[in-house]
Design a binder for this molecule. Sequence first.
Ligand SMILES: Nc1ncnc2c1ncn2[C@@H]1O[C@H](COP(=O)(O)OP(=O)(O)OP(=O)(O)O)[C@@H](O)[C@H]1O
Length: 471
Amino acid sequence: MSNETAPNSSNGTTIPAQTNDSDLAATFATDDKPIPKEESSLLNKILNEKLNSLNEGIVEISKQQLDPASPLYSNQTFESLRLKQPLIDALYQMGFQQPSKIQEAALPLLLCEPPQDMIAQAQSGTGKTATFLLTMLNRLDPEKKFPQCICLAPTYELARQIGEVAKKMAKNMPEIQIRYAIKGENVSRGMPIAEQIVIGTPGKMLDWVVKFRLIDPSKIICFVLDEADIMISQQGYQDQSIRLHNQIIAAAPNCQCMLFSATFSEAVFNFANQMISDPVIITVRRQDQTLPNIKQYFVRCRDRSDKYRAISNLYCSLTIASSIIFCYTRSSATWLANQLRATGRDVALLHGDMAVMERAQAVEDFKNGKYKVMITTNVCARGLDIPQVALIVNYDPPVTFEEHPQPDYDTYLHRIGRTGRFGKPGIAVNLADSDITMSFVKSFETYFGRPIEPLDDRDMDQLDKIEKETQ
Ligand SMILES: Nc1ncnc2c1ncn2[C@@H]1O[C@H](COP(=O)(O)OP(=O)(O)OP(=O)(O)O)[C@@H](O)[C@H]1O
């Protein structure tokens, strides 16, 4: 969930209004002190070497796909999963050699008759998108020129990304067409939509189905909620997603509903379970939710200026592969981007206040490698699949506000999951510039049961040791 739209979060100011905690306020406040030049750190060394090893990612991936304990493992082939041949051909063309665990577990159930509803949880970057897209593509009738599958995602960027993957998978089935129901896409009243798959954000989709009646809900055979936990629980998405679901189920009671996410809190899971009928359920134990290929660290900073020094210091490492820096608010992201740009550093900026075209351009430039660093908010925490992202920095920790600031576990998991895609090695670094931020880091460590180790940029031995452990 983007804190940008979170009900209790600050929206554009640097310090959340709800908290009086001076430590936390300091964490989010801005700082414009000059960076000491002599602060060139050994941290660069470890990260440089670690990031250079990313080229070996492919070897590691195949190793992981052979390890039964890995979420990438399968002893099945795509041929054994009831998929149509043109889809199998497309998967091989995309470089997919064998299914991942979620694909192997879910696809045979999703493709059997009668269609089965599903709530599925699987770790970030392990192939959920392909799971639901293959189901839709396999099930729809390409000869029928009207929408048969609807997929909802929380952001413009994610909807587009899902569409791009769908197009690659449908490459050998040219009759299949995909349409986006997102900001900037316009329709004319009375001009029904002919594309078989419509992917979009909830508000726009609701307009097209209910207000403009351009999509006939009785003809929908597959309904997917990606990032389903926020789609059914968070203000801003919940009303529209549930209303759409109800409309479709009322008109097409046999429509197959699929809810996918890397995170489902117990309450949201129970709600999802009531919402759809007799679903097949796939979940992941909490201790397995964070992946071992993503090594987690924290850098203890003295104060705000030390934190800015750390990020400046990290910059050389950040630009070796691609990296994403998460800030708490739009204004703190903008501030950090401006600070770095003012010192000649090149970064992309993406947040929810930007116009759609600017957002699309920022993602494109980052994906293409024009920018190696993207500074953003939680708007990019979920779903974004950019395989070359090797490093995540939590400049500000993910927090929720319920009277007091609390660690936001789900967002932590989604943020660090922007690296380590499909088994690639990744690094997540938390910058902790206050006691409360440090306590959040400890909470993330305890909650997920995975170590978040200290990085001390002055301790050579320690850095060498960490480096060996991550190889
Ligand atoms: N069977 C496969 N073989 C090889 N690569 C795969 C396979 N399945 C998916 N991938 C690749 O893995 C990456 C991550 O997949 P995907 O985006 O579907 O993850 P996800 O589970 O939806 O993650 P998130 O929870 O972050 O949204 C993508 O780049 C995708 O192309």
